[in-house]
Design a protein around this ligand. Sequence first.
Ligand SMILES: O=P(O)(O)OC[C@H]1O[C@](O)(CO)[C@@H](O)[C@@H]1O
Length: 248
Amino acid sequence: MKILKVKNYEQLSKAACDIVTKKIKNIEHPVLGLATGSTPEGLYKCLIERYEAGEITFANATSFNLDEYVGLDETHPGSYQYYMKDKLFNHINLPAERAFVPSGTDEDLQAHCEAYEDKIKKAGKIDIQILGIGINGHIGFNEPGTSFDSRTHVVELDESTREVNSRFFNSLDEVPTKAVTMGIQTIMDADEVVLIISGENKADTVLAFMESEISEEFPASILKKHPNFTLIVDEPAYSKVPDNIAAE
Ligand SMILES: O=P(O)(O)OC[C@H]1O[C@](O)(CO)[C@@H](O)[C@@H]1O
């Protein structure tokens, strides 16, 4: 595990943007694994700026998003399809037919999950997977207790996750109870994984991550076993980690 400690959210977004930019420039047909939530917004702004400046192109890229709420389609402002269009896809030249986000409205969600895995396989592999983390250690929507062997599947969301994410909805009642998410094994199969964590409200989560044994009770802990994993964390998020916890 490599840890990149940076001062603030701006530097965190730039550090993640530099890593993704390098991949895009060095790989002929890059396959990007993308995340939603508040944390990657700065990364997406930076990628848009570099695209607009002519520094990078997404013409040969493919992307796969981590997750989507069950029951929300792309017209719902709380859906991740809407988020991705709004925050990134509408502003770059990534071909729409290669910008994959799981569907939360497919009639046969089980078949959809299997087809999503097949699409990733067909694309080769995910070259770089961007991740955020939930306060309970979830990655994608893989809540505590999810098998490390899991592939894309339908999950029941933890109440704590629904509460935290209710800020994107008018009320808690509107937050779906289920989601489709890439599995933990799907994430671990990526060539490179970058976890970005920012802000004081994630300080307990970062401490729990740093102290965690590898356990399905704290899904992100498995990332410590990934051969090419970088944690990018800002000072407020790292503020509770004592000096005696070694950062490799
Ligand atoms: O960046 P945020 O908004 O804290 O979200 C953290 C994580 O939660 C999710 O949005 C799912 O709840 C993940 O996809 C994301 O990485």
